[in-house]
Design a protein around this ligand. Structure first.
Ligand code: NZQ
Ligand code: ZN
Length: 407
């Protein structure tokens, strides 16, 4: 029944552009499955690392014993290591400077990140800054282009940001709360170890935030005016699987198969595969980054508030892909419904899904007070300029309405 419905809507919406030329180069070696963290030393050696900066977060990887395992694996290969730890969510520039200083002091030639997006992104910024005589922030501020970076390896502990397979890193400059996403192919990791078992210690809230984030990484590419039927078809399959598996994990967090699907989906969502040939959007991310930069909330939790408000806003002027999403991903039965009703139902079901994950879709509730929308819009304009978005080009006034809708 569900399949039959999808076939009936597989005609393309009224897309306005032709498919773009593209280059897809994903050089990362992904090593997936149980016990794979034990191979860390061999993989670092394979990619030439002899002197390692080991980067990790606020303690979860120490408590689980993962850091001890990784250190043993490095020792077994005779690889020197020094540590940069206590990386916090929404990572800041101060830890990057600390890491660069450690690299210089210890002649580091390889950066090993053990953690999630915050740790991997810090590792990427350190990798860039260590090969540059100026201030690493020059790259994030768009003043300079890097020529080189230290090689990076990843042991992933939370499927969410997709940084293990992406060329992006997101760092916040403490002074002024500037949270900037910087894309640089030099920072794609050499390898990423993904053991789904390592994610079983995640609190349900972090699992949920990761699921919202990876879904949104596909949304940013799926909601596009460029036709790419094959890409849309596999993107829809990944989105449906993330939702199914996300609900499974809510009931049974130790389900290995579900953990495995979610982990691999997080990588596929953001390694570029879902965006090939398409003009991407990224407005939801830009709009959310101001929220997590200013109020220090989890990025995925911020997206759960912003995305439904963004969908509602863009559907008014460009309904086609939102309509398709409602039917093909949210499984709205279109029979007897108008386009507007189909879209409204799809957005309502998405919100229900976020609520089922235990997340709020209200900004006010998320930050525990009235958000300062003037400050959010000012920050967004300062970082992004006059407009954001590719599916619908949004002015700062439009973004203000989206923040208001998300309240
Ligand atoms: O610090 P510890 O103690 O390790 O705790 C972390 C942290 O509190 C915890 N955690 C991670 N793995 C765990 C675990 N707790 C128990 N068991 C485990 N196995 O989870 C918390 C969140 O970690 P974090 O690394 O912040 O999560 P995430 O991967 O969601 O990364 C978020 C950051 O990535 C950026 C976000 O903006 C945010 O700054 N993004 C990076 C992107 C990229 N580089 O391509 C794209 C994304 O859109 C995103 O913007
Ligand atoms: Zn994200």
């Amino acid at each position: 029944m569900r399949e039959a419905m999808r076939v009936s809507v597989c005609r393309q919406p009224k897309l306005r552009y032709i498919m773009e030329n593209f280059v897809f180069h994903s050089p990362t070696e992904f090593v997936f499955g149980r016990d794979t963290q034990k191979d860390t030393g061999k993989l670092v050696a394979k990619y030439g690392g002899k002197r390692v900066l080991l980067v990790y977060g606020g303690g979860s990887a120490e408590r689980s014993g993962l850091i001890a395992t990784v250190k043993d694996a490095l020792d077994a290969e005779g690889i020197f290591h020094t540590v940069l730890k206590d990386i916090q969510p929404n990572p800041t520039d101060d830890k990057v400077y600390e890491g660069i200083a450690l690299c210089q002091e210890h002649a580091v030639d390889f950066i090993l990140a053990v953690g999630g997006g915050s740790v991997v992104d810090t590792a990427k910024a350190v990798a860039l800054g260590s090969c540059y005589s100026g201030d690493f922030w020059d790259f994030y501020a768009g003043k300079e282009q890097p020529q080189d970076a230290l090689p990076i390896g990843v042991v992933l502990t939370i499927p969410a940001a997709g940084s293990e397979g992406s060329p992006n890193s997101v760092i916040t400059k403490r002074e002024g709360h500037h949270k900037i996403s910087y894309r640089c192919q030099l920072t794609r990791p050499k390898f990423a170890i993904e053991n789904p078992e390592l994610t079983m210690t995640l609190p349900p809230f972090q699992t949920a935030c990761g699921i919202v984030d990876m879904l949104c990484h596909i949304f940013e590419r799926y909601f596009s005016n460029t036709p790419a039927p094959l890409v849309n078809a596999y993107s829809e399959a990944i989105m449906r699987d993330i939702m199914d598996r996300g609900l499974t994990l809510r009931l049974n967090p130790d389900d290995y198969e579900a953990r495995a699907d979610i982990m691999w989906a997080g990588t596929l969502a953001h390694n570029g595969l879902c965006g090939v040939g398409k003009v991407e959007d990224w407005a939801s991310h830009r709009i959310e980054h101001e929220v997590s930069a200013i109020y220090d909330v989890a990025h995925g939790a911020g997206l759960a508030c912003i995305v439904p408000a963004w969908l509602k806003f863009v559907a008014k002027s460009n309904p086609d892909m939102v309509w398709r999403f409602a039917i093909n991903v949210m499984s709205v039965n279109p029979a007897g419904l108008s386009t507007e009703q189909i879209i409204d139902e799809g957005i309502a079901l998405l919100k229900d899904f976020y609520h089922d994950l235990g997340l709020t879709t209200s900004l006010r509730e998320l930050i525990g007070k009235e958000p300062d929308i003037d400050l959010l819009v000012k920050g967004l304009e300062g970082n992004m300029g006059k407009t954001v978005g590719g599916y619908v080009t949004l002015t700062m006034d439009d973004c203000r309405k989206i923040y208001e809708e998300a309240l």
